[in-house]
Design a protein around this ligand. Structure first.
Ligand SMILES: Nc1ncnc2c1ncn2[C@@H]1O[C@H](COP(=O)(O)OP(=O)(O)OP(=O)(O)O)[C@@H](O)[C@H]1O
Length: 373
């Protein structure tokens, strides 16, 4: 008897009439039914997966479109930064004057920032603290001109931020955030992109990897810094999960193995990219917005210490919930609550004031002493 899948209906007829299928007819029919229902199930799965993927695609397009609309609303300036009159050798001077901000399209009844005024001198190390949703990250987004305030003013080196060319401000700023986006390139290129003109400078990249805390895990990879990251391959294989015997799965497995890395390792690469960027000598403002959420305690401590070590000529702002080890370096601590600045000062003055900052600090200190017991 021929394999079922090769037979036409006429052959079925012949086999049946000749009685070859005989006692197997029921079994064969059930097998055919099973095969058909499996095909149907896979088709439905594929349709639903495709629909989900299509929905995600549309959402991404929507957000890209929304972002480009926002980008168009941000007016580019015409003056170069740093301006010829101000050398800004010690870092960027930053000031917010009565800034209120509501995210575009946000349905919340309260603003993300409410009448915030603060002044940061060139070269200062500032730590912003406050409970979740108090507006810390929003301050960074306003200072880096990701958004312009709904009302109020942002001044850079004494001039409205809109005065300067966006590209110049971008080159003068380094942001380390939780966003640990990697490109489907080698690890070396992923770091080197921090300073595009030196993307091939192996020794500069190696030093940046060292400072970003990435060199140790990179050295354990078979191809080291030349390891290629290709997250898109995973995407193409999403509908083959749990089907190791599928011919396409076998084909994908035969391709060169790509390496996946952990969230903490990604953050170390992003930090290395920032250290690479410092080599340009143009960075005058470093915003560090919780880049260490996936790092272990030692990794975080070393990253912050390495950043503090290169602070000369840069204004640095740290946004972090684990601020205990930073406070002794801080020229200024800004404490936020519900979109407002509730306290500003040094660690000593704020502890003496025994207000919101002292409360947050004591919660952290007691957590440490409890875990130490
Ligand atoms: N993209 C956004 N669109 C709309 N609302 C947002 C957006 N990002 C933040 N918000 C809202 O703005 C407020 C301030 O958020 P922000 O991220 O600045 O707080 P945060 O102090 O950094 O919080 P966390 O400590 O949790 O990171 C919150 O109420 C938040 O829900």
């Amino acid at each position: 008897m021929k394999a079922m899948k090769e037979m036409t209906s006429d052959e079925y007829r012949e086999d049946i009439i000749r009685g070859e299928l005989g006692p197997y007819i029921l079994k064969a029919s059930i097998a055919i039914l099973q095969q058909s229902s499996n095909t149907l199930r896979y088709s439905i799965e594929n349709v639903s997966n495709s629909t989900e993927s299509f929905r995600k695609g549309v959402n991404t397009l929507n957000s890209i479109y929304a972002t480009s609309k926002i980008k168009n609303l941000i007016q580019d300036g015409s003056c170069s930064y740093p301006s010829a009159e101000r050398s800004c050798e010690s870092g960027m001077a930053l000031e917010l004057k009565n800034v209120t901000f509501e995210y575009p399209g946000n349905k919340s009844t309260s603003s993300a920032l409410r009448d915030v005024s603060l002044s940061i001198k060139p070269g200062q190390l500032v730590v912003i603290v406050g409970e979740n949703g108090s507006g810390k990250s929003t301050i960074i987004k306003i200072l880096t001109r990701l958004y312009d305030p709904t009302s109020g003013e942002v001044h850079i080196d004494g001039m409205p931020s809109s005065h300067y060319r966006m590209a110049d401000l971008h080159h003068s700023t380094a942001v380390l955030s939780q966003d640990n986006h990697m490109y489907p390139l080698s690890l070396s290129e992923n770091i080197g992109l921090g300073y595009v003109g030196h993307v091939d400078d192996a020794s500069m990249i190696s030093r940046a990897a060292e400072l970003g805390g990435a060199s140790s895990f990179i050295s354990k990879l078979e191809k080291g810094i030349d390891t290629f990251l290709n997250p898109s391959l995973e995407q193409f294989a999403w509908n083959l999960q749990g089907k190791p015997d599928h011919p396409l799965s076998k084909e994908l497995n035969s391709l060169e193995k790509t390496v996946d890395i952990s969230g903490g390792e990604r953050q170390r690469l992003v930090a290395s990219r920032a250290f690479m960027r410092f080599n340009s000598g143009k960075v005058k403002f470093v915003a560090v917005d919780e880049p260490s959420s996936a790092l272990d305690a030692e990794g975080e401590l070393r990253l912050f210490q390495n950043l503090i070590d290169v602070r000369a000529g840069k204004t640095m702002i740290f946004v972090t919930h684990r601020f205990g080890h930073l406070t002794r370096y801080a020229d200024q601590i800004i404490c936020m609550k519900e979109g407002k600045v509730v306290e500003m000062g040094t660690h000593q003055s704020l502890m003496k004031a025994d207000g919101e900052y002292a409360k947050l600090y004591n919660i952290q200190a007691s957590a440490f002493s409890n875990t130490a017991q």
